[in-house]
Write a protein that binds this ligand. Structure first.
Ligand code: ZN
Ligand code: ZN
Length: 402
């Protein structure tokens, strides 16, 4: 998955960034938001020996923005496209598709407010899933509006929901004071239906945000990306503005998100930088693996060719060890694996091992071969064998593989 992703990211002009596993706790409290599930329940947070409040990173966006600002890129090279792959951590009870240490593959495009960037990150996400041969996923998209729109939506929702306060769960009653939008994230069905009812009649988007979203959708249409509009997507993080999206898969059950993302036009300025537009997404590696396993074989694991060197006796092993180094040192167009036995197994066991590895060719060397100055090259498909002079081994195998 990672090597497939690297090829796609390269094509889209995204370059890799690696941020530290640990960060200051305040980074996430400020960016993701105080009343979010991640911050209140899900972060691994502790004090280090210097009594600093630190956390294992729960997500990739805030650390990347921090790194971007610390490196002063907003002054020298404002527009940046990053991708990342790595471990994230959430202190939850582990369940299928929700590990405490899990992995994400994601991207961030920082420094642009253009609708083409919203569309590009969505296209990037679908290109990754397509390249991984994941079928049947759905893109759901929504417009949260700018900071002002979100505030007016929050106010309206607070007004409506306060009247129904007794029907809300304890968490949502608290959310109502701090951030009513969070009620939409509640897993409690009665809370959800309440807010959905309240939500229907609310008009909160300003003209600019409305226009931006229409342009994003027009870009997606031009790219041939299918999506569903879903007004209930708010995402569990406070930094999102305008376009937000989720990619879901029916093969996942109730935790059905393969990934998600959106625009976050205030995060950079909220973290002390200039007002800059940005958008990104993250895909959950374990979730994709669950879907891939249910779909059956997707990416061919055998796109690499294996050449195995089987030897009998000390002189042959010495020669085989030399030959394998010659083979590995050469330039190969295709992905080729060269390996040999390091357990002093019998020839029969070595041939079984070669079979298990899916070897295309086995180079067999024994005392006879040593005295003749050649190795026996066996084609594992056709079972044909031919003697090859030691000096010709690399050239011969090359001719057969490439
Ligand atoms: Zn707006
Ligand atoms: Zn609730």
């Amino acid at each position: 998955m990672e090597s497939i992703s690297q090829d796609i990211f390269q094509k889209f002009g995204y370059r890799e960034i690696r941020t530290p596993i640990i960060e200051e706790k305040s980074l996430f409290v400020k960016s993701i938001g105080e009343e979010t599930d991640i911050v209140t329940k899900e972060m691994f947070s502790f004090k280090d020996r210097g009594e600093r409040e630190i956390v294992l990173r729960p997500e990739g966006t805030a650390p990347i923005v921090r790194a971007y600002l610390e490196a002063n890129l907003h002054k020298t090279d404002t527009f940046q496209k990053f991708y990342y792959m790595g471990s994230m951590f959430r202190a939850e009870r582990p369940q299928a598709g929700r590990m405490r240490q899990f992995h994400q593959i994601g991207a961030e495009a920082i420094g642009s407010g253009l609708p083409e960037i919203d569309a590009e990150v969505i296209k990037l996400l679908t290109s990754l899933l397509d390249a991984m041969k994941i079928k049947g996923y759905k893109i759901r998209i929504n417009n949260l509006g700018c900071k002002e729109d979100k505030t007016s939506l929050s106010k309206t929702l607070r007004g409506v929901l306060t009247k129904e306060k007794n029907a809300l769960c304890d968490d949502c009653r608290k959310r109502l004071d701090i951030n009513p939008l969070r009620v939409l994230d509640c897993k409690n069905e009665s809370c959800r239906s309440l807010i959905r009812g309240a939500f229907k009649s609310v008009k909160f988007l300003c003209k600019k945000c409305d226009e931006h979203f229409n342009k994003v959708l027009a870009c997606l249409d031009r790219l041939g990306i299918k999506y569903e509009l879903d007004p209930y997507i708010v995402r569990g993080l406070d930094y999102y503005t305008q376009t937000v999206f989720e990619v879901t898969h029916p093969g996942l059950g109730s935790q059905d998100a393969l990934g998600a993302g959106g625009r976050y036009d205030n995060l950079i300025s909220d973290m002390g930088g200039p007002q800059l537009g940005a958008a990104g997404f993250a895909l959950g590696v374990e979730r994709i693996l669950i879907v891939a396993a249910k779909q059956g074989p997707t990416v061919d694991p055998h796109d690499e060719k294996v050449v195995y060197v089987a030897t009998m006796g000390d002189a042959a092993r010495k020669k085989g060890f030399e030959l394998i180094d010659l083979l590995r040192s050469d330039k190969w167009e295709k992905k080729v694996v060269f390996d040999m036995d390091y357990e002093n197994k019998s020839l029969k066991a070595q041939m079984r091992e070669a079979d298990k590895l899916g070897a295309k060719f086995v180079l067999i060397i024994g005392d006879d071969e040593i005295s003749k100055g050649e190795a026996m090259l066996r084609d594992m498909m056709t079972k044909e064998q031919q003697g090859v002079k030691f000096d010709d081994v690399v050239r011969t195998i090359k001719g057969k593989i490439e």
